[in-house]
Design a protein. Structure first.
Length: 160
């Protein structure tokens, strides 16, 4: 069974977002081994300078990469990534499994984004939209899209 991980910086703070993520996690258990790994955010100041931001990105990036294996397929969620419709994401997931991938890691960075090291490691850079979303909401949206992709691949009526 395919393993799908969301590796993300920070915890979901709002109860309704935690409940939504938990619901999609439960639904996904019928299709894959799904997990969400929450990594600690780096401490910062009110107005960090460029050097501090670079340090934050580097530290968070090292922790993210330590949670991936060499054989994992890594998808970096980033604004400059490629946008794709749900059907294409479904095909990407299906093709990945058929081509021998046993684990797909979706990566969501912290408020400053992802380090260059994480982006270089990624097999795919994916963007949800040109719009900006709070990272916590983006996590729930990603859970939903992964569930939608599996539903499409299974031929269920969830995706109309």
């Amino acid at each position: 069974m395919l393993r799908v991980n969301i590796i993300c910086i920070g915890k979901l703070k709002e109860k309704y977002l935690r409940e939504a993520a938990a619901e999609y996690s439960k639904r996904l258990s019928a299709y894959c081994k799904f997990s969400i790994m929450e990594l600690d955010e780096e401490k910062t100041t009110e107005a960090p300078n460029d050097a501090l931001i670079a340090s934050i990105l580097s530290a968070e990036g090292r922790r993210i990469l330590s949670k991936t294996d060499r054989s994992d397929l890594v998808v970096a969620m980033c604004i400059e990534g490629k946008q794709m419709p749900s059907e294409k994401l479904a095909r990407f997931i299906s093709d990945s499994a058929v081509n021998g991938s046993s684990t797909i890691d979706f990566i969501i960075g912290g408020s400053w984004g992802l380090s260059d090291e994480v982006k270089k490691r990624a097999d795919l850079r994916l963007s949800m939209s040109e719009m900006t979303f709070p990272h916590q909401l983006a996590r729930v949206m990603l859970c939903e899209q992964i569930y939608r992709a599996f539903s499409i691949n299974a031929g269920t009526k969830y995706h109309k």
